[in-house]
Design a protein around this ligand. Structure first.
Ligand SMILES: [Zn+2]
Length: 265
């Protein structure tokens, strides 16, 4: 079991991330990728990865933060060079139109810089995407438009929440699909559950997005990496296969996409 999208580098874990990591690994977690959302949390993800084996990092500037700070390419290049074995992806990056104050054109510019950085170091990208309140698919369509021109990009569309037609386009581009807590919620839409059922198992990644989006029965509380077990259980139930099969295959998927070559305990 690999949590491919965690934020143990965020404030919610600043007091006890070491204990959470130790406890979660004892309970069966095999690896975790902590995802940066700005330069500071990207650095923290690298620091945790230096501190613990089987903890890795993704670095980037989240689209909702492009207004707060500049994406300075050299700083991120430097971070990769200093943490060659720890940085496994670029992100999270992408488009977020949910709040109207965010500027789509600026986000697109910064997103393109992330894709370039990923290509420079041959790393996958971790994509965040959220549509506007009135047009939930707009950001997904814009993201696809950009990706279709970038044939060399590889990665995952994190916390997928659009419909199957959009999912297919990401799959056609070779992208993986990340599913999080909302697939376990009692009010999960049939549209989302259909995507989980139809997505090929060899293209699915488990991710918590902790501390956010805790799955049932922990909804509303602080999420943690070990809860991907509940996601595996839900996916198994929906696909009518065993939980072991889901865990085995999604672990392989994560190792492949993120080039995790170390032996997992
Ligand atoms: Zn996230």
């Amino acid at each position: 079991m690999i949590d491919t999208h965690a934020h143990l580098n965020f404030k919610a874990f600043s007091q006890d991330y070491q204990k959470v990591i130790q406890d979660n690994f004892k309970q069966g977690l095999k690896a975790v990728i902590n995802i940066g959302s700005n330069l500071e949390t990207s650095k923290k993800a690298c620091q945790i990865a230096q501190e613990f084996s089987h903890c890795y990092a993704a670095i980037g500037l989240h689209p909702i933060h492009v207004e707060d700070e500049d994406f300075i390419l050299e700083e991120f290049q430097e971070l990769i060079k200093k943490n060659k074995d720890q940085v496994k992806a670029i992100g999270e990056t992408g488009l977020d139109y949910y709040q109207e104050k965010y500027e789509p054109e600026e986000q697109k510019k910064v997103f393109l810089k992330h894709l370039k950085l990923a290509q420079e170091f041959n790393l996958p990208v971790v994509l965040h995407c959220r549509g506007s309140k009135t047009e939930p698919h707009d950001a997904y369509l814009d993201l696809l438009k950009i990706l279709k021109k970038q044939v060399k990009s590889k990665g995952v569309i994190h916390c997928f929440s659009a419909d199957w037609e959009i999912a297919q386009q990401f799959l056609d581009l070779g992208f993986y699909m990340g599913f999080t807590g909302p697939i376990t919620f009692k009010n999960a839409t049939p549209r989302l559950l259909k995507v989980v059922i139809q997505a090929p198992l060899n293209k699915i990644l488990l991710e918590t997005d902790c501390p956010f989006l805790a799955p049932e029965p922990y909804r509303g509380g602080r999420n943690e990496p070990i809860y991907i077990r509940l996601l595996a259980q839900k996916i198994a139930e929906l696909k009518e296969i065993s939980q072991e099969e889901v865990i085995k295959q999604t672990t392989k998927n994560a190792q492949k996409l993120f080039n995790i070559t170390e032996k997992l305990n």
